[in-house]
Design a protein. Sequence first.
Length: 397
Amino acid sequence: MSRRDRARNRRDAPASEAADKTYALEAPDEGEVPDGLIQGRVRGRGAGLNPASRFDDVRLHVLGTHLEEVASEYPDGRQVVTRIVPDHTREILNRVDSPDVPLSWTVNPYRGCEHGCIYCYARPGHEYFGLSSGLDFETVIFAKHDAPQLLRCALAKPTWQGEPIAFSGVTDCYQPIERTLCITRRCLEVCLEAYQPVTLVTKNHMVTRDIDVLAQFAAWQGVHVAVSLTTLDHRLASTMEPRASSPRQRLAAIERLASAGVPVAVMTAPIIPGLNDREIPSLLKAAHEAGARTAGWVMLRLPYQLKALFLDWLEREFPDRARHIESLIRQVRSGELSDPRHGKRMRGEGPIAEHIAHTFRVFSRRLGYAQGWTALNSALFRRPSEGGPGLFESAAG
């Protein structure tokens, strides 16, 4: 059996199991797009394409004239429902070995992300499952229901020493389905029991739901939370990050976290030359006024087929500026749209990249942002009991 066939079997097999879970899988209504091909404009989603996986041997390309005919039949766009598929992974702790990332271990309760951010560098990961980095990434979400128990087992191992763990190293741990499944919260409860320090990155106001738990971490210097804030323009946010919290809600989340004593940072990431780079001063100012005391940024990254998805989005949303923005992106990537080299991929290079970095430094210092995080406390770590709560039972009972 080929790798592609195995991936497709894994994708299809859990669907029937999911019907027995506590949530329901929605069946497409008449007029909705089935899994796979996009026909016409899609409402409320980031990607307007669903390209075949780069691992597929056969690819289907639809003529533009056909798409125009379908679009004329649905002038208001088509709906694509979200499917939640159980992910039966056997390990939950991921080792990070990159000089560009200041962390060593991550936990990702979900694969794929319904936020649908068009720039998300994690999109190509869906292709390993025979899915697309486009619409599939934001409509077929793999949920790791066993994550809390897997994490408990990992922390109980004699070799584990309580090193900080980052949540959302790939996809947002507070994406919409978390409100129902509570996988992230149950993982945090396991960490709290073990005095295991954690960091979290999110662009969803839902993080405030867990302030009761996060405040207990903060009491012993066991947590950092970073809220991603890419723009203060609500129109831009609604098209670039269609199902994430609004800029106003993210600032409110920063304020509530800070008021509860939870150390909070702002991540102005990604910075997209010609689109949101001019907002750096206002983003930093708004976040600081809300209570953020540390700040970070990352240059836009477009690995693999993310290039085509992003450029298609630019043409749809900003046709008058699309070519100019593309040119600026290429100028920070040595003429390309992506640069995988360590030391370059997170910051870019050239005059425009240097100007962005300088602007960020100047305004961060002017506003009084701290230079880096305070160290998390791993000294209190203790191994959790191996039994613990049941697999689908909250640690809080």
